[in-house]
Design a protein around this ligand. Structure first.
Ligand code: UDP
Length: 413
C-alpha cells in the first residue's frame, strides 16, 4: 500500500444489472488492492455478490445500503428505473455529511449522469465508469447529444436509414434499426427522457472517464474521447477481469451469480475434451432467444456434431425443444440459468463462442483467445460485433439482421 493512497476514500456507485455491476466490482477490486478505501452503493439483492470482496478486504470495503427507489413515472421502463435513482441524491448527501472521513471522489456508472450534480454539490470529483467500450460510448454520446438533429435527418422513421458518424475513427455507419431501442424511443419534452439526456451530457463535464477497455484495442477511440472532453483525463483501465485463479478459480462463489450447475461437473466434462474443440453459447445476462431462434440454434447444434456448452436463462429455457438433450447425448452441456462464463471461456477446450457481443462478453472472449461467432441483438452490440469482425478479425458474423431474422441452421452447423 502506498502512503499516498492509504485512507483515500472513494464512493463507487454501480448499476445493478450484471453487465454494469460485474466490471465495476472488478474495478473496485483493483482500487482496494491499491490500498484505497471504498464505499459501494449496493442494493440488498446484490449484497451476496459483494461477499468475496468483503471477505478479502474487510477493513477497507464498506457498503452503503439505501432503500430501493420507487419507480418514476415514464412511458419507458429503463428510463423510469434510471430516473428513479435520483431519489438517492438526498440520502447520499446525508450519509456524506455525517461521515468522519467522507469520500474525495465518486466513480459512478455512465447511466447515472445525475451523480455529476451530486459530486458538484458535495464538492468532490466525479469519474464516469463506462461498462461499454470507447467506440460504443462515442456513438452513444453523439446519439444522445444530437438526438433532435439526428431525428430530423430521418423524420419518416425509415428503419433502413443509414446513419454515419464521419468524425468518429473508422467512420462507423449503422442502419436505424440497429440504434438502441431506448434512444429510438426518445420523446422530446418527456421529463424522464430529458433528465436522462441531461445526465449523459453531464458525463462530458465530469472530471474524468474510465473505460473498461485497453489502448491496443481501442486507442483511437480513447484519443477521440479525449478530444471530445477537451482534456486527457480519459483512461483505458481494462480489461478489468480477475486474473486466472484469483478470487474465484472455478466460478463457484459466483462472479455475477452462483452457477446453477456445480462448476466441477462442467470442468470435469470439459477436461476430457480436445483443446479448442467445444463451442460455448451464451447471450449475456439479459438477452434470450425466442422460440424460432432457439429452434434454429438447436437444429444447428444437433446437425453439427460438435461438443457444446449452451447457457440460457431460466426464462428462455422453455424454448429448448423437448428431446433435444437426448438427441445430442453426451455432446452437449446445458445451463438453464447462471453459468461461470469467464472460467468457461478460459478453459482450453473452448474454441468458439456464439455471443450477442455484450461488451463484457467481448472482452472476456478476446482476452481468452476464443474466436467469436457474433449474433448481436441490441444496445451497443452491433457496434461491438463490427469491431470484432471488421476491425479486429477475431470473429465471424452468424446473424446481424436483428430480431426479425435468424441464421440458417445448416450454415450455422
Ligand atoms: N455472465 C455470466 N454467466 C451467465 C451470463 C452472463 O457470468 O450465465 C456474465 C458474463 O461473463 C459477462 C456479463 O455477465 O461478464 C454479461 O455482460 P455483457 O456485457 O456481456 O452482456 P449483458 O448481460 O450486459 O447484455
Amino acid at each position: 500500500m502506498s502512503n499516498s493512497t492509504s485512507n483515500t476514500h472513494i464512493l463507487v456507485f454501480p448499476l445493478p444489472p450484471p453487465g454494469h455491476l460485474i466490471p465495476l466490482l472488478d474495478l473496485t477490486h483493483h482500487l482496494l488492492r491499491y490500498g484505497l478505501t471504498v464505499t459501494i452503493v449496493i442494493s440488498t439483492v446484490n449484497l451476496p455478490l459483494l461477499n468475496p470482496l468483503l471477505s478479502s478486504h474487510p477493513s477497507s470495503l464498506h457498503k452503503l445500503l439505501l432503500s430501493d427507489p420507487a419507480p418514476s413515472p415514464s412511458p419507458h421502463p429503463l428510463i423510469a428505473k434510471l430516473t428513479a435513482t435520483r431519489q438517492l441524491f438526498d440520502p447520499i448527501v446525508q450519509w456524506f455529511e455525517s461521515h468522519p472521513a467522507p469520500p474525495v471522489a465518486i466513480i459512478s456508472d455512465f447511466f447515472l449522469g445525475w451523480t455529476n450534480d451530486l459530486a458538484t454539490h458535495l464538492g468532490i470529483r466525479r469519474v464516469v465508469f463506462s461498462p461499454s467500450g470507447a467506440l460504443g460510448y462515442s456513438i452513444f454520446h453523439k446519439l444522445w447529444r444530437d438526438v433532435l438533429d439526428i431525428n430530423a435527418l430521418n423524420d419518416d422513421g425509415d428503419e433502413n436509414f443509414m446513419l454515419s458518424f464521419p468524425d468518429i475513427p473508422s467512420s462507423p455507419q449503422l442502419p436505424w434499426w440497429q440504434l438502441s431501442e431506448t434512444w429510438r424511443s426518445f420523446k422530446k419534452g418527456d421529463p424522464g427522457f430529458e433528465s436522462f439526456r441531461k445526465g449523459i451530457l453531464g458525463n462530458m463535464t465530469s472530471w474524468g472517464i474510465v473505460f473498461n477497455t485497453f489502448e491496443d484495442l481501442e486507442g483511437d477511440y480513447i484519443d477521440y474521447m479525449k478530444k471530445q472532453m477537451g482534456h486527457d483525463r480519459i483512461w483505458a483501465v481494462g480489461p478489468l477481469l480477475p486474473t486466472k485463479n484469483e478470487r474465484d478459480p472455478k466460478g463457484s462463489t459466483g462472479r455475477g451469480g452462483s452457477s446453477v450447475v456445480p462448476p466441477d461437473d462442467l470442468f470435469m466434462w470439459l477436461d476430457q475434451k480436445r483443446d479448442e474443440s467445444v463451442v460455448y453459447i451464451c447471450f449475456g445476462s439479459r438477452e434470450t432467444l425466442d422460440e424460432k431462434e432457439m429452434k434454429t440454434l438447436t437444429v444447428a447444434l444437433a446437425l453439427s456434431n460438435v461438443d457444446f456448452v449452451l447457457c440460457v436463462h431460466e426464462s428462455g429455457s422453455n424454448f429448448i425443444p423437448s428431446g433435444f438433450k437426448d438427441q445430442v447425448g453426451g455432446r452437449g452441456f446445458i445451463f438453464k440459468g447462471w453459468a461461470p462464463q469467464l472460467e468457461i471461456l478460459r478453459h482450453k477446450a473452448i474454441g468458439l463462442f456464439i455471443t450477442h457481443c455484450g461488451w463484457n462478453s467481448t472482452l472476456e472472449a478476446i482476452t481468452s483467445g476464443v474466436t467469436m461467432l457474433t449474433w448481436p441483438m441490441g444496445a451497443d452490440q452491433f457496434t461491438n460485433a463490427a469491431l470484432v469482425v471488421d476491425q479486429l478479425g477475431v470473429g465471424k458474423r452468424v446473424c446481424d439482421d436483428g430480431s426479425n431474422s435468424v441464421p440458417d441452421s445448416i450454415k450455422l452447423a
